[in-house]
Design a protein. Structure first.
Lengths: 244, 244
DNA sequence: AAGGTGAAGTGTCTTTGAGCCACTTTCTTA
DNA sequence: TAAGAAAGTGGCTCAAAGACACTTCACCTT
């Protein structure tokens, strides 16, 4: 016996089926005094109360039209930042990561520059805190499998540093080439040659001079901006780093 | 008033919350007579009955321990293939892609070589069929947003061709360098130089001679195999293609 | 049996973009 | 006004890509 599609839909009830928990977790990176930081919150509710976690929460079918909406909502609730670089890293689902049952989380990473952040502990009352990634050990064990999520996001970031211009989004709109190079050196954890680094970015035609200069106690440096905000350029060759 | 975590869990019931539908969809690629094919099924059930779709289905909390289990299960049900190259591409969720409600799907792509496939129309009675990429138009409109899922998967595949050895997994265990080059040319849709291509793969030390030869009506070609099955090598430089 | 055909496989030059490193420039501060 | 130090440049080497002609090898034709 065959029914029509509208008939079928009328009798469909999602609550008749066993279905996973769906959450979104955010790995929000920023650079603060020469090191890469990630935003963590201390959980104020069960489960895993008291442990540090990546900010995140349930996909909310009424609030969010799309999955990216969920991610942007979470990001905004925690940082007040409206439009950063946001990228989906992967989805992690199994029956053991959450004591409430079969659970699935979509991990995103965001890059924001520290200048436009206002950490809001207001919205959800959880305490948010920037943690330099080399101090992450002090915040373990983390809630759920959030250390794994973090690791995947951080690996993705480090990989992309090798062959894209992505980290530009971690700096403020105006930046010097030396600042950009320092950032890459922090992310790659290796020293880069100044000439090669400048050539790479200038030849790629993805940044332009703003006309302004950054003053300092030595020679002032030209300021640049990305030609396209939020864009990422794929270089044909990876950064290799020192040969010796 | 504070409760313990076990108290909290005892009273937790997922069916009290509004939650998305969770599915996994597979973009299964293979090479058949010199073109890239993707496996489609004709839907035999509501919704979208009669339309072509990527094989997939609900995440099944009882059957599957992990999300990857779901993907492998679906792949095996459709193709009988046990361990191919499998990669998660992305998760797509919104309130409009499925008429049953807020729905979320995790898209995977798989690369399998056509030799060890036995298309099973048995398990789930849907008809499965290989469709050459360039004929995909004839199978549109596809069910749900599956054309979008396909496009993302295919783009990912084409991108990876530029800087990884991934497509090796689309060929049979033994292959000639010319066959591999042909495959790359199909995927990139450009002509590649023979010498440069051979150098790239031989210098990378990721394939080895099997000792056998592929006979033909001209000079026989050496057969190679991947040193590590299912591995993908990241080259430092991308394939550029013709200069002129 | 001998020469033609055509894909497999090689030799070697050019080009591109990376690393290296010394040199020059331009500002502040002593 | 000289010293110091970071910004910025010139010009080399090196690795790996593209170009392209040349050689090799088996089959096929006559």
């Amino acid at each position: 016996m065959s029914t029509s599609e509208s008939d079928y839909l009328q009798h469909y009830n999602i609550h008749n089926y066993d279905t996973p928990l769906c959450t979104v977790d955010m790995c929000i990176f920023s650079v603060l005094n020469d090191s890469v930081n990630v935003l963590l919150v201390k959980r104020s509710e069960h489960p895993e109360r008291g442990k540090w976690a990546l900010p995140g929460g349930f996909v909310h079918p009424e609030k969010d039209q799309t999955l990216d909406d969920t991610a942007y909502r979470k990001l905004f609730e925690k940082t007040g930042v409206a439009s950063p670089y946001l990228e989906q890293v992967g989805t992690f689902g199994n029956n053991s990561r959450d004591p409430r049952g079969w659970s699935l989380t979509i991990a995103y990473f965001a890059l924001i520059n520290s200048s436009d952040i206002t950490l809001s502990a207001n919205e959800s009352s959880e305490r948010a805190q920037w943690v330099p990634i080399h101090e992450l050990n002090d915040y373990c064990p983390m809630a759920f499998d959030h250390l794994t999520l973090f690791t995947h996001c951080y690996e993705r970031l480090k990989n992309k540093v090798q062959y894209t211009s992505l980290p530009i989004n971690l700096l403020q709109e105006e930046f010097t080439l030396s600042e950009l190079q320092q950032l890459f050196e922090i992310l790659l954890n290796k020293h880069l040659d100044r000439k090669a680094f400048r050539r790479r970015f200038l030849d790629a035609d993805i940044i332009e001079e703003t006309g302004n200069m950054r003053a300092s106690h030595t020679r002032p440096a030209k300021l640049y901006r990305a030609k396209q905000l939020g864009a990422e350029h794929y270089f044909l060759r990876s950064i290799e780093g020192p040969r010796s």
